[in-house]
Design a protein. Structure first.
Lengths: 241, 630
């Protein structure tokens, strides 16, 4: 039986990298005493898959991983036990049983929502000292371009990519830039790439380490393929079991 | 669940810039957070090397658990910042901080440093320097933390005496409570730092270098080592925990986020070693052997696995095969761990039918290798060093192993042992060759799955250590070491099965310097201070070890390398460490040194008491009826 776990990552723990978060969960699952399934062979490992790696320094309200379990007490109990065994900065917020045949977390990812704030003193002029409607206008103009070409560093050297089709939403409220962008393995867009593109339109460059980024949610396509739903939209919780 | 400490000592800018920021943010599972307001004594426990090494050390985890079990004491951890952060902290004047509270070390009551190897001495200065604590104990004011050293190198603390307010000689379980009580009392009474040190110097096991003076003969050897005040003890007996079962052990070890060297539960099954190998310092320092109760160990193992979530458990001791209840313990662990998908790691096992059977149950035979440590190539030299491992036993073990499917063998030897000749060196090559030959004898062609056998022979250079029978022995020069390594290499390449043998050896410079520091005296403090000021640290990392700076500084300080290394010491010389009584008498060590020169072996503690002196502690192996077993 496959279980989808949603968790948040905040505070000092944001400096723990993706691979170490995986190791953290392997040990946390043991401490929590979950009946997790193991692969075969001489060095068996827990069957586990993460939706999308989160970069070092980013916080998140919407991380996901799938684990395979042999048995389950209940979703609520599993969540309780994981949180007991976890550290303060990593909190599990939902546990759901996946229906038979559901795609794994990583393959399902279609989009991600981020909120981005600028560190004090590092707001670029484009976003600094302007009324909200002015910035809204500026973002409209940005999105009104025919294409938004950026250079991505790939395995085979840099290549030019049009990210415009992958930017689904972009808005500015209360000094925060919210965006909903493509997060699929083929077309993943990082928040900083969007911001760099906006700034370069105005001839401005982002200061080093200027952004405070939170991933708010990770999405997949709904069954009919028309809308984005959060990754735990398909799970079954205790009430439906 | 404890609260998070998101109040980090390092800014986001720094943390985003450096390698592995997780080394510095604390907040690990089982890290202890206490309410500062309710704490009387703040203790920072340091391992002066990078986080991944320091976090792998069992001793700190034991002391951390013990000190934190005291209600009004908060013990935190601190490690050497890696070079990237080191440079930033110097530039930006950021004081070194403890991981748990992220508070500056300079505001603590104690800074404890575990000193596990000589090549970390400059890192101790790095830690003090970054912490903004004066490097020399004599320069520290009333507000500075008390800097206390411990661990195996504290058995010859003299080269680093100038940097420490005190040393704790021996096992930490016994005196810390008393030391902390004394500290609190002195604080309440408003006593000075000096008065606290004076009173501490009278506690068992505590050595306060400031209350002793050394006079030298003209030839540089010690004439006298004496206390400077009445009431300060002339010798210091090591501290020892005789009841190793009913004592502190960390049931909730701290679990690091990043992968560290020892990423597993460590179960220390006994202390000490019965074998008495004459080169081995640990084998003398930790006498007598004290075994832990097997039922207690079973409970501890399960408890620690539950509390950490580690996927591996390792048994720890100097010679696990000598633990009397080993089969019972291993059967239990195999049973419990197989169900829970937990790996068992069994270092320091003698290769025999029992251990091969066990290993075949807990590891993948095809992927793992077998380790033998003959230490010397000939039986003659093995007798000199009292390594009770014969060629026959090694070849039998290898034959059994090859029949069991193993194809990889690691062999460990030392070069530069006392009395070593070219024949002994050739013996390394011949033994490696014989083991390869056993493979071809035992395993028929059609069963040689991996095609061939792989023998990896490694040599290290022998460094004589204090409190061993070889403390009188001359050490080889760098040139002699390299010549011996060359001879080994040539001898191996002349063997019939040379294609199956791979030979490894290390640089010799660091071994020479390790020898200087290991048997060094107080005059070396100046050298260590100067090389540090010239930018040396992380000397234990070969890529950062600057030999020429050390040599040049030795010369500047008017000290001679050979005095500390190649010189043959006379039997009546006063050694810098003679004021420490480690339980084993100098008379016994002398006897062993003389027997070594006559190629005579001494039986192990289980077979026959050699009268080393450790029986005075009133327990352990010394009081177990002899079995006559060798």
């Amino acid at each position: 039986m496959k279980v989808r776990i949603k968790f948040q990552k905040h505070g000092a723990i944001r400096f723990i990298g993706h691979l170490d978060v995986m190791r953290f969960f392997q040990k946390t699952i043991r401490r929590a005493g979950l009946d997790v399934a193991y692969s075969g062979g001489y060095s068996p490992h827990q069957i586990m898959s993460f939706a999308s790696p989160l970069g070092v320094g980013l916080e998140s309200n919407g991380e996901y991983m799938d684990i395979e379990v042999n048995s389950l007490t209940s979703c609520a109990d599993t969540m309780e036990r994981l949180n007991q065994a976890s550290v303060p900065g990593i909190q599990v917020v939902s546990v759901k049983v996946l229906p038979e045949g559901a795609g794994n977390a990583m393959a399902s990812v279609a989009a991600a929502a981020y909120t981005v704030r600028f560190r004090e003193g590092r707001e670029p002029d484009v976003f600094g000292n302007k009324a909200e409607h002015e910035i809204a206008r500026l973002l409209e103009d940005f999105l009104a371009q025919e294409e938004i070409v950026i250079t991505k560093e790939g395995k085979n050297g840099p290549r030019e990519v049009d990210i415009k089709p992958g930017i689904y939403e972009l808005k500015w409220t209360e000094h925060t830039l919210s965006m909903l962008v493509d997060a699929s393995s083929a077309g993943n867009i990082k928040p900083i790439q969007v911001i760099d593109a906006i700034l370069s339109l105005h001839g401005e460059k982002l200061a080093e380490n200027a952004l405070l980024i939170t991933r708010e949610e990770t999405y997949m396509l709904s069954n009919d393929g028309n809308t984005l739903v959060s990754l735990d939209d398909i799970g079954i919780d205790d009430e439906k079991m | 669940m404890t609260v998070a400490n998101n109040n980090l000592a390092l800014s986001d800018d720094i943390l985003m810039k450096i390698e592995k920021p997780a080394r510095y943010i604390g907040n690990e599972v089982n890290a202890v957070i206490k309410d500062k307001e309710k704490i009387a004594v703040r203790f920072a426990m340091c391992f002066p090397d990078v986080y991944e090494i320091g976090m792998s050390h069992l001793g700190i985890q034991i002391l951390y658990a013990m000190l934190n079990s005291m209600e009004d004491v908060w013990c935190e951890r601190v490690y050497s910042p890696w070079l990237d952060l080191d440079a930033i902290m110097r530039k930006e004047q950021i004081p070194l901080f403890a991981l748990e509270s992220q508070d500056p070390i300079k505001d603590f009551d104690f800074l404890g440093v575990t000193i596990q190897y000589e090549m970390c001495y400059t890192n101790i200065l790095q830690v003090l320097d970054l912490a903004q604590i004066p490097l020399l104990a004599a320069d520290r004011g009333e507000d500075c933390p008390i800097v206390i050293g411990g661990g195996p190198c504290a058995y010859n603390p003299e080269p680093i005496a100038a940097f420490f307010d005190m040393f704790y000689i021996g096992e930490g379980e016994t005196q810390y409570q008393n030391l902390i009580e004394l500290y609190k009392r002195c604080k309440t009474e408003g006593q000075s730092r000096e008065e606290f040190l004076r009173r501490a110097a009278k506690l068992p096991g505590i050595y306060v270098p400031g209350f002793y003076e050394v006079r030298y003969h003209e030839d540089g050897t010690i004439q006298a080592f004496t206390p400077t005040e009445e009431g300060i003890p002339a010798t210091i007996l090591k501290e020892i925990e005789m009841d190793v079962t009913d004592t502190y052990y960390p049931m909730k070890p701290v679990v690091p986020y990043i992968k560290v060297t020892q990423d597993r539960v460590v179960l220390e099954i006994q202390r000490g070693c019965i074998r008495g190998c004459r080169f081995c310092q640990a084998g003398q320092l930790y006498r007598p052997v004290r075994e832990r109760d097997v039922d207690t160990l079973k409970n501890w193992a399960m408890e620690m696995l539950k509390n950490t979530g580690h996927e591996e458990i390792s048994l720890s001791s100097l010679s696990s095969s000598d633990y009397s209840k080993l089969p019972e313990l291993i059967d239990f662990l195999i049973e419990e761990c197989n169900q829970k998908h937990i790996n068992i790691s069994l270092p320091s096992l003698r290769i025999d039918a029992f251990s091969l059977d066990v290993m075949s149950k807990v590891q993948d035979v095809k992927k793992s290798s077998l380790t033998f440590a003959p230490e010397a190539g000939s039986q003659r030299l093995r007798n000199v060093i009292n390594k009770g491992l014969t060629e026959e036993v090694i070849l039998q073990g290898a034959a059994l192993a090859f029949e069991g499917g193993w194809t990889r063998v690691k062999l460990y030897f030392m070069l530069g042992l006392p009395t070593e000749t070219e024949d002994d060196i050739r013996g390394i090559a011949e033994l490696s060759n014989k083991i390869a030959a056993v493979f071809f004898d035992v395993v028929p062609k059609e069963k040689r799955t991996n095609g061939r056998v792989q023998i990896v022979s490694s040599t290290s250079f022998f460094v004589p250590k204090p409190f061993t029978p070889f403390q009188w022995a001359p050490q080889c020069t760098k040139e002699e070491f390299l010549e011996k390594a060359y001879q080994t290499k040539m001898a191996i390449s002349g063997q019939l099965n040379q294609k199956s043998i791979k030979y490894n050896y290390h640089e010799a410079d660091a071994s020479v310097l390790e020898g200087v520091l290991a048997r060094g005296d107080r005059r070396l403090s100046e050298v260590i201070l100067k090389v540090y000021q010239k930018g040396c640290f992380y000397d234990a990392w070969s890529e950062y070890f600057k030999n020429e700076v050390w040599l040049e500084t030795m010369a500047e300080c008017g000290l001679d390398l050979d005095f500390y290394t190649t010189r043959e010491r006379s039997l009546d010389e006063i050694f810098p460490w003679d004021f420490i009584d480690c339980g084993v008498t100098k008379e016994f060590l002398k006897r062993e040194w003389q027997k070594a020169c006559k190629e005579e072996i001494s039986e192990n503690c289980k077979a026959k008491c050699q009268g080393c002196g450790a029986a005075r502690f009133g327990g352990g192996i010394c009081f177990v009826p002899r079995t006559g077993e060798v």
